[in-house]
Design a protein around this ligand. Structure first.
Ligand code: SF4
Length: 163
């Protein structure tokens, strides 16, 4: 099951910057947000493969950063096999490098492996890496499909990761 996350204080970390690229992993963080908000992860007939709760979460984050003078853009991951930042192709990493160079910072929404992907990409450019989420544990949940094409996670528990 996916990793479960808590939010970190991105606004404080981005203080003084003028622009940031938000780089989300579209898998575990999207599930985590949907579960936290008790909403379906995916509604195929409404948003196809986009997780609406995660989209709203990022829009709210962008608004908070804008209020503090930080302009943001969200780095997109289409098609869906590029959702998993821990397994991005080299083409995807090159695309991120090109995009990240136009910003003061990259805000990673994902686990340490997602951050590692970003650090590997931006090491040769002057770009701060900000972690937007921290791992709270691994999720244990029941996957549920319900009409008209919704995917949800129910009876969720967060299992601590053994040290
Ligand atoms: S990068 Fe991390 S958060 Fe994203 S799918 Fe892989 S394990 Fe999950």
């Amino acid at each position: 099951m996916p990793i479960h996350f808590n939010d970190l204080d991105v606004v404080s970390e981005a203080a003084g910057l003028s622009s940031a690229l938000i780089v989300p992993c579209y898998m575990c963080p999207a599930v985590s947000v949907a579960v936290r908000e008790n909403k379906p992860f995916i509604q195929f007939f409404r948003n196809f493969l986009k997780s609406a709760p995660f989209g709203q979460y990022m829009t709210a984050l962008q608004s908070r950063l804008k209020e503090h003078g930080v302009k943001t853009k969200v780095f997109k991951s289409i098609p869906s096999h590029e959702w998993f930042m821990c397994m991005w192709t080299s083409g995807k990493r090159k695309k991120l490098q090109k995009c990240a160079g136009q910003h003061d910072a990259v805000i990673v929404l994902g686990c340490d492996s997602a951050t590692e992907t970003v650090r590997g990409v931006v090491k040769s450019i002057d770009c701060k890496v900000i972690e937007g989420m921290e791992v709270a544990g691994i999720m244990n949940a029941q996957l549920r499909f319900h009409l008209p094409g919704n995917v949800s996670f129910e009876n969720c528990k967060t299992v601590p990761i053994s040290q």
